[in-house]
Design a protein around this ligand. Structure first.
Ligand code: SAH
Length: 229
């Protein structure tokens, strides 16, 4: 696992106790055990990724509102997804739904290279500035419809879809390497969604159910979903 640059380590002494409590009660006691995942979350100042009015709540184990009517994921869910992907330091990872950039930043400490797609330009730009401020240099962010993935950078060892969909777009399945894993919340926005993990094998996909979750919807340019904003 990588560390944040030494000149930013001082940042981590701020709110260290709150982060430690989140790791213990929000992650370890809920079943997260991958030491690299726990260490990566313990290195990430989540208060950087939330709006000023939510900074106080940055270490509560819950999703919080961000700009454009979207949400920063709950730390437990970020950890659950990262653990399920069985990340290794040489991996290339594709994330759909950059949002605040928090999960991308956590992934950046765990893998070689992160490619993240966000459909809202303001969120993509803000996430990029946060990663720049944290001197995280192995994340590329692109504004666009993530349903198409990032074909030029494929195949990926891991794909993390951070928005709910009833069907995983075929292009994303195609961009997963053989042996790679994909995690995604499956289901309609209004209903309970299931977080699933797919492993691509030589002959197809093996599926595992990781439990119920609630994510904002994946909005694809090719379907007729509309968003309220
Ligand atoms: N991982 C983020 C949370 C993502 S919330 C974090 O840690 O903060 C889901 C995000 O997916 C939202 O920002 C939403 O705008 C984005 N999104 C929804 N549909 C998308 C699509 N088709 N392509 C790219 N991004 C999409």
């Amino acid at each position: 696992m990588r560390d944040l640059p030494p000149n930013l380590q001082g940042q981590l002494s701020i709110r260290r106790a709150e982060r430690a409590r989140l790791i213990e009660t929000g992650l370890i006691q809920q079943g997260i055990s991958d030491p690299a995942v726990l260490a990566a979350i313990n290195q990430m100042p989540r208060e950087f990724f939330v709006e000023t009015e939510h900074k106080e709540q940055a270490y509560e184990n819950r999703a919080l509102p961000i700009a454009s009517g979207q949400t920063i994921s709950q730390p437990y869910i970020v950890a659950l997804m990262a653990e399920a992907l069985q990340l290794q330091p040489h991996f290339r990872l594709l994330e759909i739904g950059t949002g605040s950039g928090y999960a991308a930043a956590v992934y950046a400490l765990l893998v070689e290279e992160v490619f993240s797609v966000e459909r809202h330009e303001d969120l993509a730009n803000q996430a990029q500035s946060r990663l720049d401020a944290l001197q995280i240099e192995n994340v590329s962010i692109r504004c666009g419809d993530g349903s198409f993935g990032w074909p030029e950078a494929a195949p990926f060892d891991a794909i993390s879809i951070a928005a709910a969909t009833e069907d995983i777009p075929k292009q994303l399945l195609d961009q997963l390497a053989i042996g790679g894993r994909l995690v995604a919340p499956i289901g309609a926005q209004q209903s309970t969604q299931s977080l699933i993990c797919l492993k691509r094998t030589e002959s197809g996909f093996q599926q595992k159910d990781l439990g119920s979750v609630r994510f904002v919807p994946l909005i694809s340019e090719t379907d007729d979903h509309t968003e309220s904003d």
